[in-house]
Ligand binder design. Structure first.
Ligand code: TMP
Ligand code: ASP
Length: 247
C-alpha cells in the first residue's frame, strides 16, 4: 500500500478514519466489528470488513457511473479505502422500496409490501438520542441542513436508489432498503460518504429469497460472513474476484 495511514481522526462502530499525507484525503478502514441495536449486540466476525470494503467499492463505482459524487477514490487493499475527506452531515438517509424492519414494527405496513415510489426517511444520527426519525422542519431547526440541501439530498438519494436497483437486480439481488450518509467536500458539494454494504442495506436473493445482509446478525442467525461473501461473489467481475480471492 503506497498511501500511509496517518493519525486516527474518527472511530465509529464498524469503521475508522485515518489522515493521509494529503489533507483532502483520508483512509476509511473497515473493521470486523459488528453491532446491532445501537451497540447492544456486539461481535467481531473475521473477514467482515474485508468483504464490506470490497462490496462498498463496487457499489460506489456503480453510483459514480450514474453521475453521483462519492467519497470513493480507490480500494488500496481490502479493508482500506482511500476516500475524499468529507465534513459529514449527521443524517441517516434511509431509502425503502419494500416494507421491512423497523418500518413494519412501527407502522401498519405488511412485511414485503412493495412501494410504488421509494420512501425516503431521514433519521438524526446521534447515539445519544438513539437516531430519532426527523422531519424537514426539525432538521432545519437543528441546523443540520437547509430546506434546499434536504431537497438535494432527497434527489441524490433517489438517483442512487435507481442506480443500485438496476445494478443489483441484474446480479440477482433485491434491494428492499438501505441507509446512506452524506457530507460536504472542500468545495461544499454534497457527496455520498460512509459505505454501501450488507451492514447498511437489505439484500434478498431474488431466486431463493435468502437474506444476505446484517439482518442475519440482528436475528442471531449463523452464516453472516458467508452471506456477505456471497454478495461479493454475485456482484463482482471475474477479474476482481480473482484479485481478491473470492469464488
Ligand atoms: P430499519 O428497518 O432497521 O430502520 O433499517 C433500514 C435500513 O437501514 C436497513 O437497510 C438497515 C439500515 N440501517 C443502518 O444502516 N444503520 C442503522 O443504524 C439502522 C437502524 C438501519
Ligand atoms: N447500526 C446500528 C448499530 O450498530 C443498528 C443496526 O444496524 O441495526 O447498533
Amino acid at each position: 500500500m503506497s498511501v500511509k495511514l496517518g493519525k486516527l481522526i474518527y472511530t465509529g462502530k464498524a469503521k475508522d478514519v485515518y489522515e493521509t499525507d494529503n489533507p483532502q484525503q483520508v483512509i476509511v478502514k473497515f473493521r470486523d466489528d459488528i453491532t446491532a441495536g445501537d451497540g447492544a449486540k456486539k461481535d467481531n466476525l473475521q473477514l467482515k470488513g474485508y468483504y464490506n470494503s470490497i462490496i462498498s467499492s463496487k457499489l460506489f463505482e456503480v453510483v459514480e457511473a450514474a453521475g453521483v459524487k462519492t467519497q470513493y477514490i480507490e480500494l488500496l487493499e481490502p479493508g482500506n479505502m482511500l476516500s475524499h475527506k468529507l465534513d459529514m452531515i449527521p443524517l441517516e438517509v434511509i431509502v425503502r422500496n419494500i416494507a421491512a424492519g423497523s418500518l413494519v414494527r412501527r407502522f401498519p405496513f405488511e412485511e414485503g409490501q412493495t412501494f410504488e415510489q421509494p420512501l425516503i426517511q431521514m433519521d438524526y444520527k446521534s447515539d445519544e438520542y438513539k437516531d430519532p426519525m426527523l422531519n424537514d422542519d426539525i432538521a432545519i431547526a437543528l441546523g443540520i441542513a437547509t430546506a434546499e440541501e434536504l431537497q438535494e439530498i432527497r434527489e441524490i438519494s433517489i438517483q442512487i436508489n435507481r442506480a443500485l436497483i438496476d445494478f443489483l437486480e441484474s446480479k440477482g439481488i433485491m434491494l428492499p432498503d438501505f441507509k446512506i450518509e452524506f457530507g460536504y467536500d472542500s468545495e461544499k458539494n454534497i457527496v455520498l460518504g460512509d459505505e454501501i454494504s450488507p451492514d447498511t442495506c437489505r439484500y434478498w436473493d431474488m431466486e431463493t429469497k435468502d437474506v444476505l445482509d446484517k439482518d442475519l446478525f440482528r436475528k442471531g442467525e449463523s452464516g453472516v460472513v458467508d452471506a456477505y461473501q456471497k454478495v461479493a461473489s454475485m456482484i463482482l467481475e471475474e477479474e476482481d474476484k480473482e484479485k481478491w480471492g473470492i469464488d
